[in-house]
Design a protein around this ligand. Structure first.
Ligand code: DQA
Length: 140
């Protein structure tokens, strides 16, 4: 299966954005590390959007491609029934990803609509979490 890694709002600002929480790596750095990790073992699509509607469309397109999904929905994690409903239509595996451990942060980050439909969750490992998620999907 292809792997689609989908990133939501404000993740295009990684490296600049609250680096004490989210780290120094940019999203381009993370994409390069993901591509190197997956190598020739599979097809990787890596996308980011600040728009909730586009994120829903990216999920539809992942399903149309028969892909497994790794999603960091950013703040939409905590708000978006639309993102959750789209993820319900994914036949492949769905891994919820966060750079930070959201349970150690504000109470409004403790609720996740994505968790209600994800097969697994990886959080708190910074950029390395993306590589751990790929590892989970490619493990036999
Ligand atoms: C985040 C956690 C969210 O609460 C926050 O809104 C983000 C990033 C993370 O990767 O730690 O935008 O998803």
């Amino acid at each position: 299966r292809p792997i689609h890694i989908l990133n939501g709002p404000n993740l295009n600002r990684l490296g600049l954005r609250e680096p004490d929480i989210y780290g120094q790596d940019t999203l381009d750095d993370i994409e390069a590390r993901c591509a190197a990790k997956l190598g020739r073992r599979g097809e990787l699509v890596f996308r980011q959007t600040n728009s909730e509607g586009d994120l829903v469309t990216f999920i539809h397109e992942a399903e149309d491609a028969g892909a497994d999904v790794i999603i960091n929905a950013g703040a939409y994690t905590h708000t978006s029934v639309a993102v959750m409903d789209a993820l319900k239509m994914v036949s492949g595996r769905v891994i919820e990803l966060h750079l930070s451990n959201t349970h150690r942060r504000e109470a409004f980050r403790h609720q996740s609509y994505v968790s209600l439909v994800a097969d697994g969750v990886i959080m708190g490992f910074g950029a390395q979490g993306y590589l751990l998620a790929i590892e989970a999907l490619i493990a036999d």
